[in-house]
Design a protein around this ligand. Sequence first.
Ligand SMILES: [Zn+2]
Ligand SMILES: [Zn+2]
Length: 231
Amino acid sequence: MTEKVQRCIVPGCGTKGDDGERHPRIATIGLVCDRCLDRHLEQLREIVDLYALLPDMIDPSTGEQATGPKVSGTPDPPANARLDVIAMLDPRSRARVAGDDDGNDLIDTLGVLAQWVWIAREERNMPTPTTRPTVASETRFLRGNASWIAAQEWADELYREVREAWAALRSATGRGPDPILGWCGILVADGECGGPIRQVPGELTLVCGRCKTKWETPEQRARGTLMMRTS
Ligand SMILES: [Zn+2]
Ligand SMILES: [Zn+2]
């Protein structure tokens, strides 16, 4: 009897093969591969920092969505207040605002995190803390229980929602995802790495998001570029 190999259940994991099918990496921690776990933990850490920046972003003149005419004589909040930012700060926003005019869902960061922490606590029979949940407390719980969570069948949903909340925060704070310059061709155990190559902000260094290979000098970068595929 051969044991079936468990593949990573995180949406988008793995690389597309010549057959056009996505081949998720082999799961190493529960139902998740180590790369997806690393990225998830990194997103949870970054969420705390990005969330702390949000109050500064409510003024519509900040952030990259600061477009549209200034409406004079309008009482607070201004007509083009950063609805997305307000929603992310407000735990009631999910019920109150389903989405903006463009059909984008507004994400209540704390609500998303707290909901998954609640599920995990329930399933692990952990007592509910008496203190109010915060973005810091909830991300700390999710990081501290990451190995157990990675073995749950709902880990894919959690990873997706955390990634969406993280991406929304990056966009609201003017840190949209850095452009992907190519795909990593470094050979790893199971073939080409295939990770996204991005520029390190403010530097000329290129870095692979998966294997973390860095190309720092012009010579390395030139070699790195050779490693890159354009599709
Ligand atoms: Zn994975
Ligand atoms: Zn790589």
